[in-house]
Write a protein that binds this ligand. Sequence first.
Ligand code: ZN
Length: 496
Amino acid sequence: MTKLSSSLKPPVEKIRVEDIYYCTPPPLLAKMKQLVVRTVSWRTINGLLPSLRKSLLRRMLHDKPKCLSEMFQKMTDIPKQGEITSVSHRLFMANGIYYPSSLGVFTLLPKGLRVLQKLIKLIDQEMEAIGAEKIQMPSLVPRRLWEKTGRWEAAGSEIFRLEDRHKRGYCLGPTHEEIVTEMVASQLNFHHQLPIKLYQITKKFRDEPLPHHGFLRSREFEMKDLYTFHATEQDARETYQQVLQAYENILNRLQLHFVKAEADTGMIGGSQSHEFHLKCPGVGEDVVYTCNSCGYSGNKEVLEKEECPSCKSQDLDSYNAIEVGHAFLLGQRYSKPLGAMFRTQEQKSRVLEMGCYGLGVSRILQASVEVLTDGKHIRWPKLIAPYQIIIIPQKKGVSEDIFQEITENLYQRLQSVPSLKGEVLIDNRLSITIGRRVVEAKLQGYPYAVVIGNKAIEREDGLEVIDIYSDSKSITNLTLSQVIDFLCKNAISTAE
Ligand SMILES: [Zn+2]
């Protein structure tokens, strides 16, 4: 048995935890006592120079396997049937993705936050690709700026308003056209600085009268907003097309089917607008029309006459959808009242042309699950699943040490693959059967589960991978190397 297990792992020398103790400073020692340190791939710890010893210890603390039993997993009691009306909302509450703090306001829990951060990373990559720079604007937006553009009145009770001790008015920003335009206006004088593309991914606020469906209609949410500034309308239009393409790239990388629909410009204002929708009959609150003759799509407002504006056909399909993105060609809607000018080559003063572009980040996080779920299991867009791989070793019992060795060895080897670093989790709740933990892994929507059952110590090719997103297809009789090869090929990450 010993021979077999050693063939499954690289040569390592066993070091007892006690052996490390006497060379470890007391604060680290206390921390290490909490760790299960069984094997290290270094020759010995005693003979090392102090600097090497230090780096070994740091490495050991750092590479400590991520285990499910040590993670905070708040499971929320689900309110009575009827109060929760979308599948994704129910699944998020039941599986510790978020916790409701007050009406329409949520605490994002560790797994949910990992998904959000992956989504942000993906968006950052696509924004950088079109030359946009990231900034961060304040949540407190001064009333005086909103008065200049007339939105303080127009917004009515949609926004959260507040006053400071000096009776100066603010709102909690739902979008940031005013702040960014004033800032750019104060900085910019010359045409050669243009175009400017600034975006942020921050909390936004809206006083929804009846928040529901969790992040699909909440009061506090994460949004990406991009603002672009141009010398000419032509330039603004070119950027508009670039951003639409970036949005398509983001949704394609998430493998989501989306509809790009022409839209009216509403409260934001401007001359041209498109929305990005996920078709969702049950929960979607927007109505989108698609022309059966030419494929044109538009929202309810632009298709009031129930006639395709592109080919005049009246053969239209209508369906409910969730809006996840919005693009506006703003013209001078904000730059004019806020005095955002630039000087041309001929030293003439001109008003800037603008575009603004929103993506509902926390909304995408939930809407994607709403459209991908089978009704019972969380199904993330694979790219942003909180962890790509969960390892499920045999339950507590005979040969526990060998199972643990195989598990930790597999974990460390997967960790050393750059694209999989941080993507591996061990379900070390060894009092629970493999079967039950597999059921839970499916529910939580980890794309791949590696099962280390009895076969794994009976024979070299005794490992199993469950491809959860492909109808939980089971791939058996794999060696350790085959498992690693398979996961390297199939698991995906936002790491570049
Ligand atoms: Zn048409």
